[in-house]
Design a protein around this ligand. Structure first.
Ligand SMILES: O=c1[nH]c(=O)c2[nH]c(=O)[nH]c2[nH]1
Length: 319
């Protein structure tokens, strides 16, 4: 077969591996629910170019490894640590695999509040989905300089955090020309579904051999580091706080303030990126009924517009 193209990029693996893990600590049960994507790169070209499956770790096996690690990993309750453990095992186990790309999406489960004997309490084993936003962790593990010289790039963040405010959002002074129909408003509904991601400096990881996969030792949980669970908590709180309290001149300006706050509060974070769709809510024109509903600060009935939406994105880097 004469070939006109060459393989310039190849990466494969399993997507949407759904797993719920229960950790029992006496009567207190802890859970995490993850959607995992685990992709591999390495000496796999011939599987594409020569139909050579001898270099293919089946995606079914990658799924099985994901469940095995969910069972045995001491790091399973922390998505950054679980993703790193899984990625490290994948590149350590297979000599011809040089990079692993693991994305863990964590769904929200919080303890159901109950009335305890001494007042409000949290239930030890009953949970509630208290939001559609997810915690997202991406690990890119690079073993191309040797299996004992691993470096990991860790990105973490949030997706689908849906918010809305009913005032303290304006949009004025934008370009006006023959294409402009939008009117300036000093008061509007602002709603967005927040996607946030933040990065850390690359980490050097000492790899386990296959034999000690269960004893994988990760770096210590240093306050402010990638392992510090206060980082995701603070980043989410800062994002919500700025969204609520900023007197917004635009999505762009509010985004920038959110990112500055996340950088200021988390010394180990190097870059902060947001993708903010501007989910428009349009005041309904009822003048044909003699009803006023168009004065921005007084409008009461709005039509949510599913599409199109604005989409405002940016990355802010530490100086
Ligand atoms: O905050 C906004 N930024 C924009 O860039 C934009 N464009 C638009 O039509 N409305 C808005 N709102």
């Amino acid at each position: 077969m004469s070939e006109t193209g060459f393989l310039s990029y190849a990466r494969y693996g399993k997507d949407k591996v759904r797993v719920l893990r229960v950790v029992r600590e006496g009567k207190w049960h802890h859970i995490v629910e993850y959607n995992v994507q685990a992709l591999l790169e390495g000496d796999i070209e011939t599987s594409y170019t020569e139909a050579d499956n001898s270099v293919v770790v089946a995606t079914d096996s990658i799924k099985n490894i994901t469940y095995y690690l969910a069972k045995i990993s001491p790091h399973v309750l922390v998505p950054e640590r679980f993703a790193l453990h899984l990625a490290t095992h994948l590149v350590s186990k297979y000599a011809h695999i040089h990079k692993a790309f693991v994305t863990v999406e964590q769904l929200r489960w919080s303890r159901i509040p109950v009335s305890g004997e001494q007042g409000p309490a949290e239930h030890p084993h009953a949970f509630l989905r208290d939001g559609d936003d997810k915690r997202i962790v991406k690990v890119e593990l690079d073993a191309s300089k040797g299996k004992d010289k691993l470096t990991a790039k860790v990105t973490a963040g949030i997706s689908d955090l849906l918010v809305l405010k009913t005032t303290e959002s304006a949009f004025t002074n934008f370009v006006r020309d023959k294409y402009t129909t939008l009117v300036e408003v000093d008061d509007r509904i602002l709603s967005t579904s927040i996607d946030l991601s933040y990065t850390f400096a690359p980490l050097a990881i000492s790899a386990p051999t296959d034999a000690d996969v269960e004893q994988f030792v990760l770096p210590d949980i240093v306050p402010g580091s990638v392992w510090d669970l206060a980082v995701p908590t603070r980043a989410r709180a800062a994002t919500l706080d700025i969204f609520a309290s900023d007197n917004s001149a635009s999505v762009q300006a509010t985004l920038y303030r959110m990112a500055q706050r996340v950088l200021a509060e988390n010394a180990s974070v190097l870059t902060v990126s947001y993708a903010l769709p501007n989910k428009h809510y349009i005041p309904v024109d009822m003048r044909y009924l003699g009803v006023e509903n168009l004065v921005p600060a007084q409008a009461e009935v709005f039509m949510p517009i599913a599409a199109p939406s604005g989409l405002i994105t940016a990355t802010i880097e530490r100086k």
